[in-house]
Write a protein that binds this ligand. Structure first.
Ligand SMILES: NC(=O)c1ccc[n+]([C@@H]2O[C@H](COP(=O)([O-])OP(=O)(O)OC[C@H]3O[C@@H](n4cnc5c(N)ncnc54)[C@H](OP(=O)(O)O)[C@@H]3O)[C@@H](O)[C@H]2O)c1
Length: 230
């Protein structure tokens, strides 16, 4: 189903990355933003209707996905989790009655798991038959919930799926002054990738700024449905 202009929310991808493109070490350790960059991220969170992450980020980091340092309405939290494997003990599930929390699953997710999440106050959205969550269905559904602006906070696998489905409009990356190395360490964008440079997802530099020791670069994604340059 082709998406018409503005039929889905505007999506901003944000991450903190080492100079060599890693968003985590090979053990999955990912805390690398400076305090100045953390404040920028929370201002960004305060400007969106929802914050979205993939299942492996939830399992590895157990993030809160809340807004701190800034007074703002609570954005939805969205977990992309085909088989409803988000643990009941995770912070987002435990606090789902206080902060609106959506878990996007496929019809392959065991009913028992789905019911257990719903009992905790999670809104479970069915997005296709799998094996992975249909991100296009998810974003169309989110629009119907009046979610207009989403912050995509990784990880690399979900970032690739969102980008390769033309569902990302803008990218902000904090380049942190370190090199992590490691051939199995998660990079900003994972997935299959492009065979040829000419097939790359094209970007346009919007700006750059220093936040403490970090350099934040912002790009517009060209060719997306919300792009003026398509
Ligand atoms: N530095 C940073 O800014 C930053 C930010 C975020 C994360 N991280 C790090 O990144 C690492 C995790 O990244 P990751 O790449 O391994 O995993 P991820 O992108 O967080 O999660 C990927 C998982 O999402 C689920 N998924 C469901 N539908 C999907 C779809 N259509 N496309 C893609 N994924 C889908 C899949 O699991 P199922 O098949 O089970 O559903 C998939 O394995 C962690 O170490 C975390 O700490 C760093």
């Amino acid at each position: 189903m082709p998406a018409s202009r503005n039929s889905r929310p505007y999506v901003v991808l944000n991450a903190a990355m080492s100079l060599d493109g890693k968003i985590a070490t090979f053990t999955g350790d990912s805390r690398m933003s400076s305090p100045a960059d953390m404040r920028r991220v929370h201002r960004l969170r305060a400007s969106v209707d929802a914050i979205m992450v993939g299942l492996r980020t939830l399992l590895r980091d157990d993030p809160k996905l809340t807004v701190r340092f800034v007074k703002a309405p609570k954005p939805y939290r969205i977990i992309v989790d085909s088989n409803a494997l988000s643990p009941s003990s995770s912070h987002v599930v435990r606090t789902a009655r206080e902060i609106p929390t959506i878990i996007a699953v496929t019809s392959r997710a065991p009913k028992k798991r789905v019911e257990a999440l719903k009992e905790k106050g999670v809104t479970v959205i069915l997005c296709g038959r799998g094996p992975l969550v249909s991100l296009k269905l998810l974003l169309n559904h989110l629009r119907s919930l009046r979610i207009r602006r989403i912050l995509l906070e990784g990880g690399g696998t979900l970032n690739w799926s969102m980008l390769s489905n033309q569902l990302v409009d803008e990218i902000s990356v904090a380049i942190t002054p370190r090199i992590l190395g490691g051939s199995t360490a998660t990079t900003l964008i994972e997935g299959k990738g492009n065979a040829l440079v000419r097939d790359a997802i094209q970007l346009k530099l919007l700006g750059s700024a220093r936040y403490g020791p970090d350099l934040v670069v912002r790009y517009k994604v060209l060719g997306g449905i919300n792009s003026a340059d398509r």
